[in-house]
Design a protein around this ligand. Sequence first.
Ligand code: HEM
Length: 577
Amino acid sequence: MHCIATAESHSTVEMEEGYWLSLSLGFIALSTTILAFWFLNPSFVSGGNRKPKKQQLPPGPWALPIIGSLHHLFLSRLPHHRTMMQLSRRHGPLMLLRLGEVPTVVVSGAEAAELVMKAHDPAFASRPRGATQDIFGGGRDITFAPYGAAWRQMRKICVVELLSARQVRRMEHIRADEAGSIVRSIAVAGGVVNVGEKVMRVANDVVSRAVFGGKFARRQEEYLRELDEALALAGGFCLVDLFPSCPQRLLRWISDDERRMRRSHGRIQQIIDDIVDERKAAARAAAASSDEGGRRSVNDDEDLLEVLLRLQEEDSLEFPLTTDTMGGILFLTPAIIESQPQDSYSCVSLRRDTEEECKDLLFQSTEPKTIERMDMFAAATDTTGTVLEWAMSELVRHPKAMAKAQTEIREVLGDRAVITNSDFGELHYMRMVIKETLRMHPPAPLIPRTTREDCKIMGYDMLKGTNVYINVFAVSRDPKYWKNPEEFDPERFENLHDMDYHGTHFEYTPFGAGRRQCPGILFGVSTIEIVLANLLYHFDWVLPGGLSPESLDMSEKFGITVSRRSDLQLRAIQRLC
Ligand code: HEM
């Protein structure tokens, strides 16, 4: 797909031909079949969640029987986070939508976000569950895990062992190497570059080298394609997620989302299996020739998988570090499990609500079994690549900002063959460019949470089991907190030094906040900084064919992460030193 020059602005996203036809047919088929169920079993449409008397639920737009508020989203020509932003400007910072059978509250103000992610954080610290998310992460991974003991341990390992500042610093040579190789590949290819593809690859290379010590090599293209498909489906807006009590067979007949998700996930799984197999064989060979009889010791070259295997051997954690837990953190596969003791734990069922139930399930002793999940790979690749692509898009649309960033980088870095993160102390403007990109294009615009218990927010009842989306996109474009919010203006951060990524300013939370806040901030930002600095240091960038900067299409593709709808194709002009 090409991104070049449509006259469309963000807010007039062109829908593909046939979309309306298939949408209408889908609605008609769904409504007819659901009506039939309604007559047979009226409690079906309520989803068991009728509004109890005397409860003060948040306001929201008018709803229809059966589909609830879905028509507001699906009849809009905008991606869901934008439609929700428009609706919440009418209905308020806490807005109730009924998405099919699923009651959902959208949070669109900084004060409300602070109440949800800080004041009442424990009540909102779980993730929604749906059929596609179950395939994607199965609730056994860290990202989609229900709040509870298993999640806490995975999180602790992530924060303390895998993504700590020390660990991220230790990986500096990987980032520098990979940023260098993207520069070389652009210089060799010359001409028009698919920037989106390049930055997605480099983000994936950095994380796979950090985790496995190696790269995806030949199958990276397939991996990224399948990841793209899976992430587009995992946003929670597929029919199977919206009508959980509707018979699966019927939904499968109407929509093939679930099948597509299984297919993509299966392919991703196979690719990872192959990589782990190779890695295992190499580890066995190394252990056989080691003087220490194969015992692992801390060393400076250990990748994240090695860190986990060492922790497992040390056996000093509160819960034993099983291979399942390791899989939940890194996205591993049965290839590793077979070497583990028979009393490994694994999650055997889905859709449990209480912490106790989840704990029971997550720590049931079972035979080792196949685990399917994607975590650090998906969480790190897509978000990092997406931010880089949006940053380059905004810079190309704003040549003055591009020139200012390039001048700064070239002055500060002087003549260098290799650029590393430790060279970046003085790159203030580039850091503001990244902050502004994350304000305008947070890669995860709707942060998904679910209520673990009844509570009251701004006088409204939030019932247990309600899904919650914190619309960080809406908050960071709200004129109440930001001057000219629709303008790309990195300078706005000049006087906002303390506006960082750590989730303490609730008008700016691209990485979320509270217990579930992204643990990969340092890893992600370090990768973004080094790749962006290299791209801007070594090349000048323009739209191909003499197109004007304003003509660049900026429309979005909705999914769990929101990337560009079309790839970013730019002409790279190598800088002559
Ligand atoms: C620019 C890059 C990134 C952005 C904008 C981003 C954003 C987010 C957001 C918004 C969340 C949800 C937070 C919440 O619920 O409050 C999240 C969760 C998460 N992110 Fe990131 N992320 C990025 C990069 C990364 C990287 C590089 C990694 C790992 C290497 C990572 C790992 C995770 C994990 C494991 C979670 C789940 C945490 C949990 O549920 O406890 N992220 N991220």
